[in-house]
Write a protein that binds this ligand. Structure first.
Ligand SMILES: [Zn+2]
Length: 389
């Protein structure tokens, strides 16, 4: 095996500014042709640059992977991008970091990832009816051709291009994010389940939320989407199962602590070992065992509870609490108008479920989401765009 530090230069949107995207590649010591037969695992953190627990998880995972590499126990290519969004990391203004939206275009960094199928033209006569691996190579080479011809302009687009060029041919794509104040949970396409239940169990996901198309072109959705769409459009040809790709929400923004992030890294390592992507490593003796976590529920069954006026929140429930429709989740102290500073407006759950996330900042305004409540029944209000922003 060899470990390589890869560095890509991103030209800034303003004169004299460049940014470096750095990541690690662990490559099995085999010929390039043989390497294609090895599974590929791609991990990235902080695509939303203000969500940093994943950086610390990958910091700890890198240490484990280096030990596994030394023990010659890696059975897959691993690409680890600890800081996927250096453009967003640089957005510090007036003493505040804003890493969710590209300040030049206003685009959310985890939206508008390209639909890969619409970037390529498939000549079906080149496909085989019964050889999924062969067809996979054909499709991947078409995506690569598109990438080679793609000429990104803005810094955000250049950054996207580098990340796509590593993720598009991976068999596992894990995008590490976090919520504001939350329990660990996952987002994935429903087609991955129940086969990926072991991932939810190893990670310890208190909820696994599924949507085939949440409407925003999220990073984790575009990789499996290519293969799901192909299977629908060309039912007479075989295609491989979609890659296991998901967004992992590692709790809240401020949950950067060695104790929890190291265990998260060990859990990922345990998952990779259970999937035979890493063999036994004497130096890494894990005591963690996966526990059966909740089965997936549709993202459309998760209520994003919003407020209709500004005010200051006083939560009445804890994370993980099971709540009933109509139960008060928070009380809002209005800051203007009649009853300002004196009264409290109850904000009630619209459905039964588990409170999986809350806000950290308690000052909210009209339309602001204040909690995610994971239910089991699809909500009639949740159609079309399913994401928070
Ligand atoms: Zn995020």
């Amino acid at each position: 095996m060899s470990v390589e530090l890869v560095q890509k230069t991103i030209n800034g949107d303003s004169p004299g500014v460049t940014t470096e995207l750095s990541y690690f590649r662990f490559t099995p010591n085999v010929s390039a042709n043989k390497l294609k037969q090895y599974p590929k695992v791609y991990l990235q953190a902080a695509l939303h640059a203000d969500e940093q627990p994943g950086i610390m998880v990958l910091h700890h995972l890198l240490d484990l992977l280096l030990k596994a590499d030394k023990a010659q126990a890696l059975r897959a290519e691993f690409v680890v991008v600890p800081m996927a969004n250096p453009v967003g990391m640089s957005q510090i203004e007036f003493g505040q970091h804003q890493g969710r939206f590209d300040k030049v275009s206003g685009v959310n960094f985890n939206r508008k990832w390209p639909d890969l199928l619409s970037q390529i033209i498939i000549d079906s006569s080149t496909l085989k009816t019964d050889d999924a691996q062969y067809n996979q190579q054909i499709v991947r080479s078409l995506v690569w051709q598109w990438l080679e011809g793609y000429q990104p302009v803005s810094a955000r687009e250049q950054q996207q291009r580098w990340l796509i060029s590593e993720a598009y041919d991976a068999d596992y794509v894990l995008d590490l994010h976090c919520d504001a104040d939350a329990l660990v949970h996952l987002f994935a396409v429903p087609q991955l389940y129940p086969a990926a239940q072991d991932l939810s169990d190893w990670i310890g996901a208190k909820a696994t939320l599924t949507a085939e198309d949440s409407g925003g072109g999220s990073f984790d959705e575009v990789w499996p989407s290519l293969w799901i769409q192909l299977a629908k459009q060309y039912p007479q040809y075989s295609f491989p199962a979609p890659p296991i790709a998901c967004t992992v929400e590692y709790r809240g923004n401020y949950d950067v602590f060695d104790s929890v992030n190291l265990e998260d890294a060990q859990r990922l390592f345990g998952f990779f070992q259970a999937r035979n992507l890493i063999g036994d490593v004497a130096e890494v003796a894990l005591t963690i065992k996966p526990k059966a976590m909740p089965k997936p529920s549709e993202l459309a069954a998760t209520e994003m509870l919003r407020v209709s006026q500004s005010g200051l929140l006083a939560y009445q429930v804890d994370l993980g609490e099971k709540v009933k429709k109509g139960q008060v989740i928070a009380e809002l102290v209005p800051l203007s108008g009649e009853g300002a500073f004196i009264t409290r407006v109850p904000i009630c759950a619209g459905a039964d479920g588990i409170v999986i996330s809350r806000n950290v900042a308690k000052y909210v305004w009209a339309g602001r989401s204040i909690a995610k409540i994971v239910g089991r029944e699809v909500l009639s209000s949740r159609v079309g765009y399913l994401l928070e922003d």
